[in-house]
Design a protein around this ligand. Sequence first.
Ligand SMILES: [Fe+2]
Length: 594
Amino acid sequence: MNILGLQLIGHDTGAALIAGLKVVAIAEERLNRFKHSSAFPGLSIDYCLNSLGLKPADIDLIVVSQVGLPGMVDMKKIFLEWPKAQEFRKIRLESIRHYDAHAASTFLCSPFEEAAILIYDGVGQGYINQFGATAYETEALYRGRENKLYEIQTMTHLRRGRDSIYSFGIGKLYQKLSAVYLGFGANNEGKMMGLAAYGDDSLLKRYPLERWVKIFLGQPICNANLFFAKTQSVKAAPNLSAKIQRLLKKVFYLRSWLRWKILSLTRRQNNFKFFEPIKLKRPARTIETLPDPYYSAVAYAAQKILEFVANFLGDRLKAITGSHNLCVAGGCGLNIDANRNFIDRVGFKNLFVQPAASDVGIALGCALYGKHIIFDQPRDWEMKSASLGRNYSETEIKDALSKFAKQISHRKANLPEIAKLLTAGKIIGWFQGGSEYGPRALGHRSILADPRRKEMKDVLNNRVKHREPWRPFAASILLNEAVHWFELDLPSPFMLLHAPARKDKKDLIPAVLHIDNTARLQTVSTVNGCYYELISEFYRLTKVPLLLNTSFNLAGEPIVETPLDAINTFLATEIDFLVVEGNLIEKLPRDDRR
Ligand SMILES: [Fe+2]
């Protein structure tokens, strides 16, 4: 039975294909090279079919997940309007709820026979509620047992157009503060999470927690009554472009002000006042001046509010289900501090967070839902590795190498040699097996460096990543050694937990520690193949069982997918060496390039 799952529209479109015990999945952004692409996932569908040697006519079932209001967005029609849809001759096409897809994406590939399931993100799909008003789901609680999902509670908030009328879910509040107020843009919530470690509770003293969030009838309600003042400008030399930008800003603020005015008048009419407004000033700053005390305190407050809600939802799930196991998905599942609390504070014993917890994972959720719930098949696959991309053949790698013959040299190299280069402070691009599903590089499309070198963070930022200097880099550590180096007593195979470094170890690995001496960790075991062996070699040479691991991409670009992408990125940066399936690649000196 061959089942294709699709995230058809919205951000992070993509495809996943299950054929027996074989699973392949990819986001469209990796193929069309537009980050968080919302394009129809045609390339992803072809990629999945080709990698398993299947044709459209071999597919038994296609499952898509609802985006927007079911009455207004017809998901089946969107698929059927794709010119190639007619090639899927014996097609059975099903559309499922967005949160059902998230829940399937985490529980049905987890190691647990039964578990509590928490879904929370920005917004899910829309509904027309019993009063005829438009509402969007924001959090949901489920229980999973064997191959079934049981919905416990789905929480919604009223919307009008794109605006929340009275209240937000936690994901939307977090997004709003990160993307709009802090100016990090969409889908960059990880930046605010990193900034929070520099902050204090000064904003929470001014606006205590109850001004931001209330629990009402078992549901967390977050304050949507937020007003962000105009930014106090940072002085710059006047030029035409700056003048145009200022004008556009004025138009933008006028538009926003009018919208808020209209909404607030509507609220007054309805006489509904759940929250007093929160008015945040905007002291002048540039991204470069972060972390500063004021904006870090905002990030700190946002993080504490999210953790409060996550703890509440975790407590509620634990009380209702009595389970020791928790599965999490939805964009908020990428929040490592909240994840850690589910174990330390809420008291779950085991945690599984889908590595593609955000909407990237919807395609896999759809395919799993099709197999286990629509076709009622028993569970037979556990997601032990995030490497769901396809392998590249030796011929494809040779072709890529020969295409760049004028710019690079290459030879076979063994793992001790590569580990030695790392100990000498070299930055290495690492390409191995199928790409990772989700936003984290986990030793398949990674940039690796020596965690012992304090200067490595700045070197990597200046030469390769060009990220904000205050953001931390993550670490991949041998699973058996993790407990000796960090306060971590459970595996974190998908880099979705953080842990404080042990006191006697923190000075040994400065390049991977955040300001609060914690690190975002991937625990690496034999499941990770060659990557496990490379870290073991590094351990033998240095007595340090971990490597600095960051994603193999340029700032603002998707992670590399093909050997060609990897070589292109290698040549566009100052990465010292590139390793593609055991081939050690060096740049030719500029004078020698033919
Ligand atoms: Fe979602």
